[in-house]
Design a protein around this ligand. Structure first.
Ligand code: NAP
Ligand code: MG
Length: 495
């Protein structure tokens, strides 16, 4: 396992797999135990067995992490952008050199198939490379006031200390997508990773330190009491920014807490992506796109196609072909090379998927493939295709977060758009049609931050990622991702 990831750190655990991964808190450039001495277990989703025990940060550790970030702030903000960028570039190189080891670690603690974990490492590392390049592009503006009386000089300054909270489904990419722009902008951070997947975040911290990021600029605080530690940090007036990726439910709570101190927020929340297939679409391409949009990361993605709307003339053909493809996928432990679909991350997630499918079947849906939870160890759910799904089924309203494709038939463009928009979410939508004008018209009419037009994958570090409605506020990636960590300062100048 990932020996070189943490070459400078002695193993703290004699547990087989995680033996060489650091498992303490990372504060002020040091690996430290929780002040309470508490630890918590990390499980292997393929077996349910314990793979590591990690320091359980509490409120006083959270304060220590903010202390470290605040102390490191001024020097990091004053570090030349090129130098900040070079550290990120080096982190990209290190991640790329160690891609295999990192992918194994992700697969081990998250459960996802190795092929997905490798894809995640490439994607995650690219945020460091992209923001290494963006670090030197924090340009301001200069204008003459309309009155002619003065100049309007706009400069960009780092927001300050940032609290970053990330989910378990992309333990590397959701961290780098926030750390990359924050560091490029000159901010210092405290990262609170998901408690199901803290090991990858700790590995990221080690890589950033090795890449030359100074002590205190990046702090990582695994914790089982996320509500308490994040709440404590949001009360600290030195914390000026919260960037959260996770569920809409928790996002709402955090927005309310951030309101107290008027903390700047970026929110990447849940999704309920529609996947529209018009009768004029290239059906081969639509099936390929559907497999990616549904099955990337085993369906555990906020961008996962959650509702398939297929125009009546092609609905039966599409459903049968999708079911045939889904039924051929090899399900097994994520860490095995031949696996295409790993287990889900934990018991709660598999139980939720199971209950959504049961509800749909009871309301009259038919399982074309899959449709029931297997016996035995591990959090497995089979790739499933449901047809004849009742329009009011919970499975069409809630995020499934698993390998299940519910299919609904529609007639005409207006109905397609109405169905697609009938949700409080608005992260991403997918549209397949052979008519470009229709594709663009429907893309404009859909209430979502992103659209995949004849494409089942939208995520790209060079593009602005984010949602509208209750899927979030703000964008990550692209140039916009950098701006989320910068404040504009306007200086009215006479010269
Ligand atoms: P979650 O339960 O909202 O957790 C996300 C993070 O918030 C975790 O680090 C979690 O810590 C922490 N957290 C939980 N309760 C908290 C509280 N009361 N106060 C402060 N922090 C708290 O989401 P999840 O189940 O990990 O992830 C799945 C969700 O993430 C889905 O809804 C998915 O759509 C969304 N997601 C969105 C995007 C996007 O870009 N829009 C990307 C990926 C995932 P613990 O792990 O300790 O609970
Ligand atoms: Mg949760």
């Amino acid at each position: 396992m990932p020996r070189r990831l943490l070459a400078t750190v002695a193993p703290k655990s004699d547990l087989d797999h995680a033996g060489t991964v650091e498992t303490e808190l990372f504060i002020g450039g040091k690996w430290v135990p929780a002040s309470s001495g508490n630890r918590f277990d990390v499980l292997d989703p393929a077996s349910g067995e314990v793979i590591a025990s990690v320091a359980d940060g509490g409120e006083s550790d959270a304060v220590a992490a903010v202390d470290a970030a605040a102390e490191a702030g001024p020097a990091w903000a004053a570090t030349p952008p090129r130098v900040r960028g070079e550290a990120l570039r080096r982190a990209w190189e290190l991640m790329t050199e160690r891609a295999g080891e990192l992918a194994e670690l992700i697969s081990l603690e998250n459960g996802k198939a190795l092929v997905d974990a490798k894809g995640e490492v490439t994607y995650a590392a690219e945020f460091f490379r992209w923001f290494a390049e963006e670090a030197v592009r924090g340009a301001g503006e200069l204008a003459t006031a309309p009155s002619g009386a003065n100049r309007i000089l706009v400069t960009r300054q780092p927001v300050g200390v940032c609290v970053l909270v990330t989910p378990w489904n992309f333990p590397a990419a959701m961290a780098t997508r926030k750390i990359g722009p924050a560091l490029a902008a000159g901010c210092t951070v405290v990262l609170k990773p998901a408690s199901d997947t803290p090991l990858t975040a700790l590995a990221m911290a080690a890589i950033l330190a090795e890449a030359g990021v100074p002590s205190g600029v990046v702090n990582v605080l695994p914790s089982r009491s996320s509500g308490k530690v994040v709440g404590r940090m949001l009360k600290d007036p030195r914390v000026r920014k919260l960037s959260f990726t996770g569920s809409t439910e928790v996002g709402r709570l955090l927005l309310a807490q951030a309101a107290e101190g008027v903390v700047n927020t970026s929110m990447e929340l849940g999704g309920n992506a529609p996947f529209l297939v018009f009768a004029d679409a290239d059906l081969d391409a639509a099936i390929e796109g559907a497999m990616i949009a549904k099955m990337r990361n085993g369906g555990e993605a906020c961008t996962a196609a959650n509702r398939f709307y297929v125009e009546a003339p092609v609905a039966a053909d599409f459903s049968q072909r999708l079911a045939a493809r889904m039924s051929q996928l090899r399900v097994g432990p994520g860490t095995e090379e031949s696996t295409q679909v790993g287990p889900l991350v934990n018991e709660d997630t598999v139980a939720k998927v199971d209950s959504l499918v049961k509800g749909a079947l009871e309301a009259g849906a038919k399982a074309e493939t899959g449709g029931s939870r297997p016996d035995g160890a591990g959090f497995y759910y089979p790739p499933t295709v449901l047809t004849g799904v009742a329009p009011d089924s919970a499975i069409l309203r809630e995020e499934i977060f698993g390998p299940v494709a519910p299919i609904v038939t529609f007639t005409g463009e207006d109905e397609a758009v109405r169905l697609a928009n009938d949700t409080e979410y608005g992260l991403v939508a997918y549209v397949y049609t052979g008519d470009l004008a229709r594709g663009l018209r429907v893309s404009e009419a859909i209430e979502a931050g992103m659209v995949g037009l004849n494409r089942g994958l939208v995520s790209d570090p060079a593009a602005p990622f984010g949602g509208v409605k209750q899927s979030g506020i703000g964008r990550e990636g692209g140039h916009e991702g950098l701006l989320e960590y910068l404040e504009s300062k306007y200086i009215a100048v006479n010269w």
